[in-house]
Design a protein around this ligand. Sequence first.
Ligand code: NAI
Ligand code: NA
Length: 396
Amino acid sequence: MIIKPAIKNNICVRVHPIGCRENVKRQIDYVKTKGSFKGPKNVLIIGGSSGYGLASRVTLGFGCNANTINVSFEIEPKRNKTGTAGWWNNIYFQQFAKEEGLKYKDFIGDAFSFEMKQQVIDYIKREYGKIDLLVYSLASNRRTDPVTGETYISSLKSIGKTVDGYSIDINKECLKYEKMEEATPEEIQNTIKVMGGEDWDLWVEALMKEDLLEEGFKTVSYTYLGSPATYDIYHEGTIGKAKNHLEETARALNTTLKEKYNGQALISASKAIVTKASIYIPIFPVYGAILYKLMKEAGTHEGEIEQKYRLFKDMVYGEEPIIDEVGRYRPDNLEQDEALQEKVKEILNKIDNDNLHELSDIKGFVDDFMKINGFNFDTVDYEQDVDMETLNEVEL
Ligand code: NAI
Ligand code: NA
């Protein structure tokens, strides 16, 4: 099958396996070039098949020789369907890890469920005894509560007002007027239920109960804070409320872990980047495209792998943590630059379809979107026939 991109409503409904391999390899190469560092031995990552979770896995595997277990929700290729990018990322992570002599394991399914937690627990008991790090990098729009069986849907909405702005139409590379609607109290609660800290807490509790946490155990989850330019749509919106809950969870977990294992639970704020999840946030892509332009001009632009390498090497396992007044680790420091944010705000106020290409890095933004789906790599021949069945015949 010859695979060409097909984008519908800003979702890439086809992905390119060989390009996904390139996406994983490019991140491994980055870590190898930057060098190894002392870190954890056995790591569990929830949501390690794409975006920040995958970059965390690559950093820890190839940067510290860590054995990695990944739980992700991905779809296998079938007939003329290419499967999801995360599916292929897992396969190629495994191939590269195998070459490197690293131990790896992938669980595909619902991390929110008790069944998945039990499977992972059984595996850890059998293969490792204990783990030293849990990275919680899940992004989802729904969650079934494992106790009640009720399914909650999250919303990406503002609170107390509607917000006008633009979204990016990836196909046409243009702006499209968009209104972010005001959330109802129920929508706020449901978003907290999905993207707050409840499931993270359940994972730590379950692992703790089975005595699977090593002395000095750490756990980290990711938030986005952004700047006044994005507060209405993120930090002060429904997702921001969920992230507040995630932070409360971290504080409670930190107290427990410190006491029991001399351990740590921490929150790290990451930079805005293009991922499968972030592309859904209304108005966020326009901010992202402007940010990309200004940070590239300033020479401070980073992608997922640069962010996670810095987080783990310099901060979580290093001597140069950037920690804010409430204890969050801040590799997003370069995005926070005040002069930069002033410029972002100025451009956001005047951006339109006539000046979009001049005032933003829409090209680079769309290029990143294509790349996370396996397209736009110079090193891949997209006219080549891809035999997905053969590529997929890998032991998971
Ligand atoms: P992503 O969409 O690339 O990754 C989400 C991961 O969650 C994937 O591995 C997916 O398979 C997994 N997943 C989703 N539902 C699942 C389920 N039910 N069971 C098991 N796995 C499931 O998203 P991204 O952007 O990397 O997000 C990860 C974290 O980083 C989130 O907490 C997000 O808020 C945070 N973050 C993202 C930023 C961005 O600009 N993309 C900025 C700052 C923080
Ligand atoms: Na992720």
